[in-house]
Design a protein around this ligand. Sequence first.
Ligand SMILES: O=C(O)CCC(=O)C(=O)O
Ligand SMILES: [Fe+2]
Length: 309
Amino acid sequence: MATKRKRTPPIAKTETDTLSKAETLGSISDKKQASRKIGISLSSDAVKRIVIRSVIVAASFLVGAYFLWEEELMDVFVGVSDTVDRKYMEVECSSDYTKERAAFGVCVPTRCGRVVMDNVVTISEAEYLLRTAKAGLSMGESYGGASILDLHSGALSKGDKFIDIYKQVKNKIHGAIAREFGIPVDKLYLTSPTFFSKMTPRPAQTVHDEYWQVHIDKETYGSFHYTSLLYLADYGRDFRGGRFVFLAPERNITVEPRLGKCRVSFFTSGSENPHYVEKVSSGIRYAITVSFTCDPSKAIEDPNIKRLQ
Ligand SMILES: O=C(O)CCC(=O)C(=O)O
Ligand SMILES: [Fe+2]
């Protein structure tokens, strides 16, 4: 004969079940029983949740600590509040130039390095170029990352004043590079691309817009032997992030862009100078890249207003 089993209340499976049950229980002994049941549920789903949350917290902490550590490994080469007539750092030349010496002679770097000079150009020249960059770049922009406006393409409408100021600025930078690296000016030629750049926090759409990728200009642009940058915005005021970073075996070094100081940075373009630009986290960063080559077949002329009309 089958005996009828007494039905026992179902054991709560989740913390929520248990708590709602505990809430409905009135007596102290019932409450004790409920808390014992909470103990049971903590060993299952709740424990899993606690473990997962702890792992997330620990991972976030480690990621934060990693970024702080990376930041720690940066030395400021020229900071936003510095004013430098000339700050020079020599680096050993890579073997990139060995084969080129026979072809291009004294222009090819034998001494390699990084130089930052404030006040190479005047503030009115820099501000004029900034206005031109803003006007030109507002027309055709990429969807994110860096937008580029090549000064030698037909995209930029060029008036007499622009040609004059651009030539003055280019000649001043050309002279500074030639003096610094001991090259006769007539052996160092302007090359392409020479361009305005605009960097924003918007995500890049193509790999070409990812200015934060480490690169070597001689590989990226082919003809470059010397790269120069004239900064047209102030780090920390017009934008955040966006510092220029040279990679070094031990501590990377940064250049903080500064329109207000007419800051020009230039360096030999080979693999002795790998670099990147930090992601811009807010604001807009404008600059102009003016590039030079030792290869006469890669030389370009100054933009010519008559040819473009
Ligand atoms: O804008 C800068 O500071 C550098 C950009 C750069 O590295 C490049 O265009 O190759
Ligand atoms: Fe570069």
